[in-house]
Design a binder for this molecule. Sequence first.
Ligand code: ATP
Length: 269
Amino acid sequence: MSSATLKFPLDADTIRRELGDLATAFEVEVAAECPSTNSALVDATPPDSGRTHVLVAECQTAGRGRRGRQWQSWPGGSLTFSTLWRFQPGAPVPAGLSLAAGLAVVLALEKLGVQGLQLKWPNDVLINGEKLAGILVELVPGRGRTPAAVVGIGVNLALPPGATIPDQPAVTDLSSHLPLLADRNVLLAHLLRELHTLFETYATAGFGALREAWQQRNAFADLPVRITGDDRRIEGLCAGVDDDGALLVRTTAGVVRVLTGEVSLRAAP
Ligand code: ATP
């Protein structure tokens, strides 16, 4: 897909056209180069225009993951973008938002025909156990305004030959599973549509309304998992997620709830 994606540069008008009736719901900005699309929206949050701001970068030079880790991307070989969502005061707790974003990516790709998609709590997107996409949700301090969240998404489209990524046992790219998708603008519009639909559900009904769909795609359902970080370590069987997005782990001492935060999930030996 690499050469095909390069033939179609990111273009705000094309993205708007592909969004169709949802075009007016978004304000799309394309950057040739950007250190981190999440940092750009967190550090200089655009004023509320009534639309969801989207910043997509041809090349992201200092992409971030959770806990200060790096997100790697390659010009033409990745899709990296961030969106700014505003919620009414009293909206559901943010923990579930991360999971809703992962589910939106999966549902959008399923509609495009990708098979074997899975979710790894809280929000990694996998194909048959290999990491395809990462998501970073960061809250923008309210200061009396409507609460807002920046949702950043990085999708591997075509990994360079021999690419190795620290701390990831296995990674994959979309071109290995969807060779005919040639235009990142089309892919981005699909992802934005699904995010829009799921975040509306989330805002009105909470993560509980999406929980079943998330659990159906849980990569670790009923499998042994190990949670590390936060100065603790929990081992047990993955028992799905709660109504607020907390992970449920069945341990010898009973079911433990783990809230998304400074923790990582891995398969337990
Ligand atoms: P984990 O995958 O350990 O649960 P996380 O969910 O905290 O971590 P993210 O915030 O999604 O991880 O992203 C950061 C991590 O993702 C990096 O530490 C690295 O291991 C991995 N990573 C970085 N770039 C890519 C990429 N292009 N494709 C797949 N994985 C990547």
